[in-house]
Design a protein around this ligand. Structure first.
Ligand code: CA
Ligand code: CA
Length: 306
């Protein structure tokens, strides 16, 4: 099949994933798509004397797209491999009163502009190695979901591991999938403590494919050595319970174990991690080493209708 290259510019963006989105481009499985993305403030903050309170809040968290993937239907997994993330040179980070892990202690709005160059982020005289990642990436969900919230469709997952070389599997809910992404961070610590990271405009290049009939109940991320199930919930404990429940049932099915043996195996080899603690729904991940199963077995075990 002829494979094509697409470019989506940053004036084509959405602020919610859902039924109302209409595609700005059509791609086929195997195609490469480059997205130019705005930062999470729609590039409205350019100086340290500008605060979040002074910008148009209706334009927070834009995602460039959406792109229709030919042949994608409900029940498929959309496979998105991240080929490259090129962050812009100006990064922005803010504090917002009452926001973030320390919201109660945060009394005033602050803005810092960071230079991003030569693989480093320069913040307050401190040099930090850049680790570019995608904050918002998802498909159209059944209900309109703000790009500020994560869920089964992806969205504002703010997961540091969604970076170059990783592959994300998203469940398709609506015809053509409708992939959009944005909110790139030049660097972020797990948790995203202060509610923002080093927010940058960027160029993101991905390859899309379909795994027919293999929609997982939650987004699944594949790295060199592990699979991660990404679960989002208002309640952190419930998110971890759901993540481990999913991991245990996958370990049982893939290794032909009783639930109890799979539970004990999870206790031996599955690592719990935090993606972000600051969005309306928080995102956790459970890490399953690749030696435990194949991606096909994992997607089958986690099927959204299972
Ligand atoms: Ca975000
Ligand atoms: Ca962000």
């Amino acid at each position: 099949m002829q494979r094509s290259f697409h470019h989506i510019s940053d004036d084509r963006c959405i602020f919610a994933f859902g039924p109302s989105s209409s595609p700005v481009e059509k791609a086929k499985p195997g195609d490469v798509i480059a997205f130019t993305t705005l930062d999470c403030f729609s590039n409205q903050i350019t100086a340290e004397d500008q605060y979040v309170s002074g910008i148009d809040f209706s334009r927070i968290n834009p995602a460039t797209g959406p792109v229709a993937i030919d042949g994608a239907v409900r029940g498929d997994a959309l496979k998105v491999r991240v080929l490259e993330i090129a962050p812009g040179r100006r990064g922005t980070i803010v504090t917002i009163p009452d926001a973030g892990v320390l919201g109660a202690e945060t009394k005033k709005s602050t803005t810092r502009i960071c230079q991003v160059r030569d693989g480093s982020v320069h913040f307050c005289g401190i040099t930090i190695p850049a680790r570019p990642m995608i904050g918002v990436i998802g498909v159209a969900s059944d209900e309109e979901t703000s790009c500020g919230n994560p869920g089964r469709h992806g969205g504002n997952l703010d997961t540091t591991l969604i970076s170059t070389g990783a592959t994300l599997y998203l469940p398709v809910f609506r015809d053509d999938g409708l992939l959009a992404l944005g909110d790139v961070h030049a660097v972020m610590g797990d948790g995203e403590a202060c509610v923002a990271a080093c927010e940058v405009p960027a160029e993101v290049t991905v390859r899309v494919d379909l795994c027919k009939g293999l929609a997982p109940a939650w987004p699944v991320l594949e790295t060199d050595d592990a699979f991660f199930i990404l679960v989002s919930d208002k309640d952190l404990s419930e998110a971890f319970e759901e993540g481990f429940s999913s991991a245990v049932s996958a370990l049982a099915k893939a290794n032909d174990l009783s639930w109890e043996d799979a539970y004990m195996l999870a206790s031996l080899v599955v690592d719990a991690g935090v993606s972000q603690l600051v969005n309306p729904r928080k995102t956790i991940r459970v890490r399953i080493p690749k030696s435990m199963m194949t991606i096909g077995a994992l997607l089958e075990a986690l099927h959204m209708d299972a």
